[in-house]
Design a binder for this molecule. Sequence first.
Ligand code: HEM
Ligand code: HEM
Length: 125
Amino acid sequence: MTEAIANRYFRAAVLYAILGMAWGISMAMSGNHTTYPAHAHLLLLGWVSMVLYGAIFRLCPRSAEGTLARSHFWIANVGLIVMIPGVSLIFAGYPDAEPLAATGSIITIASMLLFAHRVWQGTRT
Ligand code: HEM
Ligand code: HEM
C-alpha cells in the first residue's frame, strides 16, 4: 500500500522533471530566460519535492496511513499545476496572473502543512 502511494509521487515527479528540463533547454536555446523562476519551481516542487514526498512516505510508512495522507498527493499536484502557470505569466509580463500564483502557493503550503502533520504523526516512537 505504501509502495503504491510512493510510486504515484515518483511517476508524477519524472513527468515534471522532463517538462522542467525541456523548459530549461528552450530558455537556453532561445536566450530568453525571463520565466526562469517558473522553470526553477516546476523542478524544485515538481521533481525534487515529489521525489522527497514519495521517499519519505516509503521511509516512514506510518506517515502514509489514512485519508489525509492519500489526499496529500492531489493537493500538492493541484497547488503546483495552479502555481506554475501563474508564476510563468507574471515573469512573462502579465502581473494580473498574481492571484493564480498566490492561490497555487497557498495550496502548495497547505499541502506541506498536511505532509508535516502526517510525518510528525507517523514518526512518533
Ligand atoms: C536540462 C536541464 C536544465 C536546463 C537546460 C536548465 C536551464 C536553466 C536556465 C537557462 C536557467 C536560467 C539561468 C539564469 O538566467 O539565471 C535556469 C535557472 C534555474 N534552474 Fe535550471 N535547467 C535545467 C535543470 C534544472 C534542474 C533539474 C533544477 C532543479 C532541480 C533546476 C533549477 C534551476 C534553478 C533553481 C534556477 C534559478 C537559478 C538562479 O537563481 O540563478 N534546473 N535553468
Ligand atoms: C509555496 C512554495 C514556494 C513559494 C511561494 C516560493 C516563492 C519564491 C519567490 C517569490 C522567489 C523569488 C523569485 C524571484 O524574484 O526571482 C523564490 C526563489 C527561489 N525559491 Fe522558492 N518558493 C516556494 C518553494 C520553493 C521550494 C520548495 C524550493 C526548493 C526546494 C524553492 C527554492 C527557491 C530558489 C532556489 C529560488 C531562487 C531562484 C529563483 O528565483 O527562482 N522555493 N521562491
